[in-house]
Design a protein around this ligand. Structure first.
Ligand code: KG4
Ligand code: ZN
Length: 360
């Protein structure tokens, strides 16, 4: 079963091809990130226009990389939510058109679920990729940490899962991006906060962890506001200081300490709950997906605190290759393989709609 996956939910135009949900043949990603950088975040209209320009060249390059012709493709898969409406539309319309023109079955993919499915890829011969040693075993504890979602999910089998908890306000990636803005780091914020945090003291400042009524839910908006207040306090200003002036008043050392302290507490919040869920549900494996899965501090804290074989526990955790953490088509193709082989319902190529607010 060879599936071609199309992803256009945000600012990446991406097409990947996977076989049987474990082998990756191609993964091509074009990002319009540079065009958004000067605005400090993704501009939906620019993202949508960039998808229109990039979708066909990316599709062609992905087919070339996989050395596939249309005869080799058994099915198509496309992200139909969650994401930016204008961006999703381009991918969905491209996939619908191709499904009709090439006579292929079409599967509608939930972007957030797909972030976790990238962990099923074990056979990757593309240059520069580190494959996993083995596929995760059920029951699986899934940790989703992206720019739009922070969720803990327990999978009993491929399409049987329970959402244990999720953020009630900002996602963890969104909090990284907002902290980047507060201390004046360029877009994309998350990776820049993480790089700067390497030079700071993670214990420099005490920042709050939200206490939630439901133990597996998250909240990051209070932490973000605490970072803003801390930054204002560090330069001797109050909330009346225009936010644009703040980065210029903070020293490099202050910024690094703020980044490191924020990162420690934000990541600890995720890891606290992952450890608790792991103790309660005894998963056979733990998987992680979404852009923040690339964060080194998250990987360090999980390795230190999750009951994994490395520290005497029973639960193995392996991480996706860094290039498969942020948005990509490989994850869409991989989930598409399982939808097709496990006889999940096909989408109608004449009527599939986007679902910008889709949840798990
Ligand atoms: O999964 P993703 O590519 O897009 C969404 O589905 O949201 O995640 C993007 C998010 C952004 O918020 C970005 O700042 C964050 O992931 N991110 C990171 C790192 N790399 C990407 N956050 C922290 N540390 C990183 N190394
Ligand atoms: Zn994503």
């Amino acid at each position: 079963m060879t599936v071609l996956g199309i992803e256009t939910s945000c600012d990446e135009t991406a097409v990947g091809i996977a076989v049987d949900g474990r082998k990756l043949l191609s993964n091509v990603v074009a990002s319009s990130m540079d065009l958004h950088a000067k605005y400090g975040g993704v501009v939906p209209e620019i993202a949508a226009r960039s998808h229109i320009e990039a979708i066909l060249p990316v599709l062609e390059e992905s087919m070339d990389q996989a050395k596939c012709t249309w005869q080799d493709i058994d099915a198509l898969a496309v992200t139909y939510g969650a994401g930016l409406g204008g961006s999703l539309l381009i991918g969905v319309l491209a996939a619908r058109t191709l499904a009709i023109a090439k006579h292929k079955p079409l599967y509608a993919i939930n972007h957030v679920e797909a972030h976790l499915y990238v962990n099923f890829l074990t056979d990757i011969s593309l240059p520069g990729y580190t494959p996993r040693n083995s596929q995760p075993a059920f029951p699986i504890l899934g940790i989703i940490v992206s720019g739009g979602h922070s969720q803990l999910v327990l999978f009993r089998n491929h399409f049987g899962y329970t959402l244990l908890g999720q953020t009630q306000d900002d996602a963890i990636g969104e909090a990284f991006d907002k902290v980047a803005k507060i201390i004046g780091l360029p877009y994309p914020g998350g990776v820049n906060v993480s790089k700067l945090a390497d030079h700071g003291n993670p214990q420099a400042f005490k920042l709050p962890k939200a206490k939630m009524p439901h133990k597996y839910d998250f909240s990051f908006s209070g932490l973000k506001t605490a970072v803003l207040r801390l930054s204002q306090q560090q330069v001797g200003a109050d909330f009346t200081l225009p936010s644009g002036k703040l980065p210029g008043l903070l020293s490099d050392a202050q910024k690094a300490d703020i980044a490191a302290s924020f990162q420690r507490v934000g990541i600890e919040t995720i890891v606290d709950k992952a450890v608790e869920a792991s103790k309660e549900f005894h998963p056979a494996s733990v998987i992680i997906g979404g852009g923040v899965a690339a964060n080194g501090e998250l990987r360090r804290q999980l390795a230190e605190r999750l009951p994994t074989p490395e520290n005497g526990g029973p639960t193995p955790i392996e991480y996706p290759d860094m290039k498969l953490c942020t948005d990509n088509g490989a994850m869409i193709a991989t989930l598409g393989c399982y939808k097709a082989s496990l006889h999940q319902p096909e989408a109608d190529p004449y009527s599939l709609e986007i679902a910008p607010n889709l949840s798990m």
